[in-house]
Design a protein around this ligand. Structure first.
Ligand code: ARG
Length: 587
C-alpha cells in the first residue's frame, strides 16, 4: 500500500530517469501553496547543475515525459522550475478505499522490528511526583504506544527511585518518631511484621520533614548517609523497611497512573539491581574501565572533541556507596540479561543530560551495550504563568494527584458550561469528565515538541475550542453520532469516490497518517501525532460543512461519504489512542 506522495514520486522519478537524471529527484511533497496545487516537486532545481541546463528547461523535459500520465490531472511549471502537481480524483478514491479497508488505517509497520525498552515515569519512592514526572509519563506512554503500534516489541519500566539518600532520610526520620520498631534493632533476628508501619500519608510527611532537617543540620544529614550505606550493605531491618516503603508507594502510584491511563510493564526500581553491583564494579575494574580517584572509583568519560568538559562518572563513592550512575549501569546489565533490547529510551528531563551522557559512555566503554543503543529522550520544563517552573500557590512542587483532581473538577464545570453531557447518567458524566481532563493535560503536553518549555494553563487546555484535547474528543464524538444516526436509518458505507475539493482534502490528510507516524517515531516526537490528528479533525469539519452525508440524495455518494466519515473516525481514534486519549461515545 503506497501513499499518494509515493505514487506521485514514483511517476515523476521515472520521468527524471527517462531524461538520464537520478530518479530520486522526482520526490514529491505536499505543496506549501495548496492554493496552487496540492503537491509539488522541486527536483528540477537540484537537477539543473547535473543536467547543465536551466531548472525551467529541466522541468519542461520532465513535463514532456509525464504528458498523458493517468495519475495526473494537471501539471504546471511555476517560477524558476517548480512542478505543481494535481492528481486525478481516482488517485484519492483509490487510496481512501485502501485506508478504509486497512486495520492500521493506512499506517505501515516498521520493516525491522526491534526490542525497545522505554524507561519513563521515574517517580521516587516517598517523594511526591511533580509535573516533571507527569511530562515523562505522558511522553513515555505515547512513545510506548507508538513503538508497539509500529511493530516493535516494547517493554516499559517505571524505574522507581528507591535506593539513594532519600531512603536513608526516611528510615532515620521514622526511627526518630518510632524508635521502638523492631526494624531499628540491629540485634533483632525474628520475622518482621507483614503490615507496613507507615501509610503513604506518613511517607509524604516524613520525607519533606527529614529533607528540611538534613539541609539545616549536617549531623542529621550524616545520620541519613550512614543509614543509606547500611541499607545498601544489606542491613536486614532497613531492607525490610525499604520493602514496605516501596509497596506503599507503588500502591499509591498505581492509583495515580491508572487515573491517567498510563501503564508500565515493569515496576522495577534502582534497588532491584543492588545485588548486581559488586560484580559489575569488579568487572569495570578488571577491564580497566574504572580507575581510583581520591578514594572513589570513577569512569573517565570525557572525550577530546567535547565542547564542554564532562565529569567522570562516580561508580563507587569514597564512602563506598553506589550512586545514581551505578544503579543505572547495573540496570542496563539487568535489562540486557532479561530482554536483550536493541534500544533503550530514557524519557527524562533535559536537566539530566550530563548524567545520561556519562552513563552511556561508561556503558559503551565497558561493552554493556553497543554504541547508539542507549538514547536520552529529553524534554523541557512545565512552567507557571510567571515563566518559572510550575509551583503550587503555596510555592511547593505540584503534585500529580492534585493536578489530576483539579483538571477533573474543571472538566466537569466546562462540560456543564458548554451544555455537554446533560443527558448522561451521573456515572457516565464522571467518566466523560475524566476523559476530558486527561485529554486536556496530555494533549497540551504532547502537542509541543518535547524540548520546548510550555506554560501550564489549565483553562486554555480544557477548552473545547482551538488546538486542544477536548476539541478533538468532541470532534470524534460528533463523527460517532453521525455513524450512529446512519446505522439507525439503515444506511451503510460503500465504496469511496471523490468528487469535491473537500473530499480530496480530507483524503490527503488520511494519506498523511503514515508519514506523521514515521516522523513521530523517528524523532521520538508525538507532537507530530498531535498535528496530524488536529489537521484531520479540521479537514473533517470542512468536509462535513461542504458535503452533506445523511441528507445526500445520490445513494452512491451518500455511501461514499459515510465510508469517508467512518474511515476518518477510525484514524482519529487510532491517533488519539497513540497519544493516550480515549474518546467517549457521547457527550
Ligand atoms: N527517579 C529519577 C528522578 O526523579 C528519574 C529516573 C530516570 N531514569 C533513569 N534510568 N535514571 O529524577
Amino acid at each position: 500500500m503506497t501513499s499518494i506522495v509515493e505514487q506521485l514520486s514514483a511517476r515523476v522519478g521515472a520521468a527524471f530517469a527517462a531524461i538520464d537524471l537520478p530518479a530520486d529527484l522526482g520526490r514529491c511533497v505536499e505543496s506549501d501553496r495548496p492554493d496552487l496545487s496540492p503537491y509539488q516537486c522541486n527536483g528540477a532545481m537540484a537537477a539543473a547543475k547535473l543536467a547543465k541546463k536551466a531548472p525551467r528547461a529541466v522541468a519542461e523535459d520532465v513535463v514532456a515525459k509525464l504528458t498523458g500520465d493517468a495519475l495526473i490531472e494537471k501539471l504546471e511549471i511555476a517560477g524558476p522550475g517548480f512542478l505543481n502537481i494535481t492528481p486525478v480524483n481516482a488517485v484519492y478514491a483509490h487510496r481512501a478505499n485502501d485506508i478504509a479497508e486497512d486495520d492500521q488505517a493506512g499506517a505501515r509497520k516498521v520493516e525491522h522490528p526491534r526490542t525497545v525498552m522505554i524507561d519513563f515515569g521515574g517517580p521516587n519512592v516517598a517523594k511526591p511526583m511533580h509535573v516533571g514526572h507527569l511530562r515523562s509519563s505522558v511522553l513515555g506512554d505515547s512513545l510506548q504506544r507508538l513503538f508497539r503500534f509500529r511493530g516493535d516489541t516494547v517493554v516499559s519500566d517505571i524505574h522507581l527511585g528507591d535506593w539513594g539518600y532519600q531512603m536513608g532520610l526516611l528510615i532515620t526520620e521514622l526511627e526518630s518518631e518510632q524508635p521502638d520498631l523492631a526494624y531499628f534493632d540491629a540485634e533483632y533476628s525474628g520475622e518482621y511484621p507483614a503490615d507496613a508501619p507507615v501509610t503513604i500519608q506518613d511517607l509524604s510527611r516524613l520525607y519533606p520533614q527529614a529533607a528540611a532537617a538534613a539541609k539545616e543540620d549536617e549531623a542529621r544529614a550524616a545520620v541519613a548517609r550512614k543509614a543509606t550505606a547500611e541499607l545498601q550493605a544489606g542491613r536486614r531491618g532497613y531492607r525490610a523497611l525499604l520493602a514496605h516503603f516501596i509497596s506503599v508507594s507503588i500502591a499509591a502510584l498505581k492509583q495515580d497512573f491508572d487515573a491517567l491511563g498510563v501503564h508500565f510493564d515493569l515496576w522495577k526500581g534502582e534497588s532491584d539491581v543492588n545485588d548486581l553491583i559488586p560484580a559489575l564494579v569488579e568487572d569495570f575494574k578488571a577491564r580497566g574501565v574504572a580507575e581510583k580517584s581520591d578514594g572513589a572509583w570513577v569512569v573517565r568519560v570525557a572525550r577530546e572533541d567535547d565542547k564542554k568538559e564532562l565529569a567522570p562518572l562516580i561508580l563507587v563513592s569514597s564512602q563506598g556507596s553506589a550512586l545514581y550512575g551505578t544503579t543505572d549501569l547495573a540496570t542496563i546489565q539487568d535489562r540486557k540479561t532479561g530482554y536483550n533490547p536493541d534500544l533503550i529510551l530514557y524519557v527524562v528531563d533535559l536537566g539530566q543530560s550530563d548524567h545520561f551522557e556519562q552513563v552511556y559512555r561508561a556503558a559503551y566503554k565497558a561493552g554493556l551495550a553497543p554504541e547508539g543503543a542507549l538514547e536520552h529522550v529529553k524534554f523541557g520544563t512545565v512552567n507557571g504563568t510567571d515563566g518559572k517552573r510550575l509551583r503550587t500557590r503555596a510555592g511547593g512542587t505540584f503534585r500529580l494527584a492534585d493536578l489530576i483532581g483539579e483538571a477533573f473538577d474543571r472538566a466537569k464545570s466546562r462540560l456543564n458550561e458548554a451544555g455537554l453531557g446533560a443527558e448522561l447518567s451521573p456515572e457516565d458524566f464522571e467518566s466523560v469528565a475524566r476523559m476530558v481532563a486527561n485529554a486536556a493535560i496530555k494533549f497540551a503536553d504532547l502537542q509541543n515538541y518535547r524540548t520546548t518549555n510550555y506554560i501550564f494553563e489549565l483553562d486554555r487546555f480544557i477548552s473545547f475550542e482551538g488546538k486542544t484535547g477536548p476539541y478533538l474528543l468532541y470532534q470524534a464524538v460528533r463523527v460517532k453520532s453521525i455513524m450512529r444516526k446512519a446505522a439507525a436509518e439503515g444506511l451503510d458505507p460503500g465504496p469511496i469516490s471523490v468528487g469535491t475539493n473537500e473530499e480530496a482534502a480530507l483524503v490527503r490528510r488520511l494519506d498523511g497518517f503514515d508519514s506523521a507516524l514515521q516522523r513521530a517515531y523517528e524523532l521520538r516526537a508525538p507532537n507530530h501525532l498531535c498535528d496530524h490528528v488536529y489537521l484531520l479533525a479540521q479537514a473533517f469539519s470542512s468536509f462535513y460543512a461542504a458535503c452533506p452525508i445523511l441528507p445526500e440524495k445520490d445513494e452512491a455518494i451518500r455511501r461514499s461519504r459515510l465510508a469517508l466519515a467512518e474511515t476518518t473516525l477510525k484514524q482519529l481514534e487510532l491517533t488519539l489512542s497513540l497519544i493516550g486519549l480515549d474518546a467517549p461515545e457521547k457527550m
